[in-house]
Design a protein around this ligand. Structure first.
Ligand code: NAD
Ligand code: UDP
Ligand code: UDP
Length: 323
């Protein structure tokens, strides 16, 4: 993949919160490759050191165990704020902590950006659109979120974080970037993370039933992790007037049943599909309109699901079965 940054002026000191997680570890890896100094901050709420073990000996990589709901005083040029549990089973385990992570975490990281003059990017989410009535979702759509449901700790926490970003921008002139990330998949997802791609692949590899929730007609759009990381870096290094929010996702739209069929065919273990109850407030459709990202960032995802899934299956095969 080509380097897309326009940093020009040599290595930067870059803070990645949630840097040990799925997306964070890929982002750290890419930024290290580009020669930057990385400070990875994580409290290991949903991750372990496993994802970042390969970087621990790297001279430009530093790991700090820290919870972003507490203040953090460091000197940096860029802040990627990714810290937050992202999978429904994880963010619903301790919903109060989830909201605190999004809201207090955003306040602390914005305070840090204000003091240091660092540019700051927020990993927001397509969940700010809730169960969308506009399809595909454009950034101008305000969303349809249940404020008191089981997903609200995540959705409303992320919405409030966006509010804070834009108020720090308006009130204090901070250089902000807000990415609305749609479902992303790839190597280093946790096998027990509960997200649909990892669940289906793990179930298929273990020749267990594939659990489709509801009738499987609900849709999602799946972005391969390398594409997503490329979009995040392009957004961070875009011109100052580009604040976002910018949708980052792959517009290819699939029903969950289609995904189940694709995974079973790919793995070939003969798993059957079983149907289980649909979780509360599960969005019925989701597909990003990425015109803004195309126009302002020159970004376009290049890895189709049919190419990204085999790479992800390979990762889980090695991780789970040691093959
Ligand atoms: P992940 O769970 O793998 O990573 C999140 C990381 O944040 C973990 O390492 C976790 O330990 C850490 N963390 C959680 N709470 C923390 C706290 N209070 N202090 C410090 N660290 C904390 O999830 P991911 O898929 O890598 O998601 C990363 C970010 O991207 C999240 O903010 C998520 O909301 C956002 N996002 C992800 C997706 C996706 O499909 N993966 C979609 C939309 C948005
Ligand atoms: N903060 C931080 N690191 C810094 C500067 C600030 O963690 O380098 C935290 C600080 O604890 C504060 C929050 O960021 O609670 C918001 O900072 P801001 O300056 O906006 O607000 P104030 O300190 O005036 O409440
Ligand atoms: N899903 C499913 N089986 C699973 C896990 C998830 O059918 O084993 C469904 C889930 O109900 C949702 C979709 O797949 O409709 C995507 O779920 P995920 O948790 O990955 O992401 P999100 O709902 O946050 O988009």
């Amino acid at each position: 993949m080509t380097t897309t940054t326009s940093m020009g002026g040599g290595p930067l000191r870059i803070l990645v919160t949630g840097g040990a997680g799925f997306l964070g570890s890929h982002l750290c890896e890419r930024l290290l490759r580009e020669g930057h100094d990385i400070l990875c901050v994580d409290n290991f709420y949903t991750s372990t050191r496993r994802n970042i073990i390969p970087f621990l000996d790297h001279p430009n990589f530093e790991l700090m165990r820290h919870d972003v709901t507490f203040p953090l005083y460091v000197e940096v040029d860029r802040i990627y704020n990714l810290a937050c549990p992202a999978s429904p089973i994880h963010y619903q385990r301790d919903p109060v902590q989830t909201t605190k992570t999004s809201v207090h975490g955003a306040i602390n990281m914005l305070g840090l950006a204000k003091r240091t003059g660092a540019r700051i990017l927020q990993a927001s989410t397509s969940e700010v659109y809730g169960d969308p009535e506009v399809h595909p979702q454009t950034e101008s759509y305000w969303g349809n979120v249940n404020p008191i449901g089981v997903r609200s700790c995540y959705d409303e926490g992320k919405r409030c974080a966006e509010t804070l970003f834009f108020d720090y921008w308006r009130q204090h002139g901070l250089p902000i970037k807000v990415a609305r990330i749609f479902n992303t998949y790839g190597p280093r997802m946790l096998p027990n993370d509960g997200r649909v791609v990892s669940n289906f692949i793990v179930q298929a590899l273990q020749a267990r039933d594939i659990t489709v929730y509801g009738d499987g007609e609900q849709t999602r759009s799946f972005c391969y992790v390398d594409d997503l990381v490329d979009g995040l870096i392009r957004l961070m290094e875009s011109d100052d007037e580009i604040t976002g929010p910018v949708n980052l996702g792959n517009p290819g739209e699939f029903s969950i049943r289609q995904l189940a069929e694709q995974v079973t065919e790919l793995v070939g273990s003969g798993s059957s599909i079983v149907y289980e109850p649909l979780p509360e407030d599960d969005p019925t459709q989701r597909k990003p309109d990425i015109s803004e990202a195309r126009r302002h960032l020159g970004w376009n995802p290049v890895v189709a699901l049919e190419d990204g899934l085999p790479r992800t299956v390979e990762y889980f095969r090695e991780t789970l079965l040691g093959e």
